[in-house]
Design a protein around this ligand. Structure first.
Ligand SMILES: *Cc1c(COP(=O)(O)O)cnc(C)c1O
Length: 231
């Protein structure tokens, strides 16, 4: 538990250092602690150390943790960062502060429908496959630009920006982050609500310093906070 607060302190220090390097304000970067596969006890420890933005990737695990007595009274802001399948949209709507992993108009449409049914508005990001790796989820950049009108027209959901998972290679990762930032600029120029398009969710334990240099507003960090995972 001690180590979690130490890890968080170290990461905040490195976020500050990355910001210094490129003249950004550290308060413009939101740290999301990714707790997938880790028990609720560790999430509680992170919260007690002041870390209230928590990311989960698997719907079932997310719902279990959110309902856990250990966490249910804490003011956690839950981020769903996994790939969302449209049949799961109903399970997470109304329970998250931001959905990061939407990569199809049909999934966004389902989220929209469920949000409307609950009388809420859901904020989301579109996931982009910036590396072109076949194993990764996300829209290709050219697909994004051709499909975007279908996202823009959906009620009860608000597109807030873009998300990506970069290549393991740090130099490649930098190019991919740069591409994501460019795509967000492009979207702003054609969106009916450009002021809503503020978020770039990019950077993980291995590359968040680079992501910050390239404009990240949210970094999603698991291993460097909670330790390595078995799956
Ligand atoms: C697991 C995961 C992370 C965290 O990765 P680490 O390398 O452990 O920091 C970030 N984003 C997504 C989408 C993830 O699935």
């Amino acid at each position: 538990m001690e180590t979690i607060s130490d890890n968080l302190r170290l990461i905040h220090k490195e976020i500050k250092a990355a910001c210094m390097k490129c003249g950004r304000d550290p308060s413009d970067i939101r740290l999301i602690a990714v707790s997938k596969t880790k028990p609720a006890e560790l999430v509680k420890a992170a919260c007690e150390a002041g870390q209230l933005d928590i990311g989960e990737s698997y719907v079932q695990e997310f719902l279990e943790k959110q309902a856990s007595g250990l966490l249910s009274n804490l003011p956690i802001r839950w981020h769903f960062i996994g790939h969302l399948q449209s049949n799961k949209a109903k399970d997470i709507v109304g329970r998250t502060t931001l959905v990061h992993g939407i990569d199809k108009p049909s999934t966004a449409a389902e989220l929209s429908k469920r949000a409307a049914r609950q009388g809420v508005t859901a904020d989301y990001l579109i996931e982009i496959n910036t590396s072109g790796e076949a194993s990764k989820f996300g829209l290709a950049p050219d697909e994004l630009l051709s499909l975007i009108p279908r996202f823009f027209e959906l009620p009860n959901i608000r597109l807030r920006g873009l998300m990506t998972i970069a290549s393991p290679d740090r130099e490649k990762a930098r190019q991919e982050f740069r591409l994501l930032a460019k795509l967000l600029e492009k979207l702003r120029s054609i969106s009916p609500h450009p002021n809503l398009l503020t978020e770039l969710s990019m950077g993980m334990s291995q590359d968040y310093d680079i992501a910050i240099e390239e404009g990240a507003t949210m970094v999603r960090i698991g291993t460097a906070i909670f330790g390595s995972r078995n799956r």
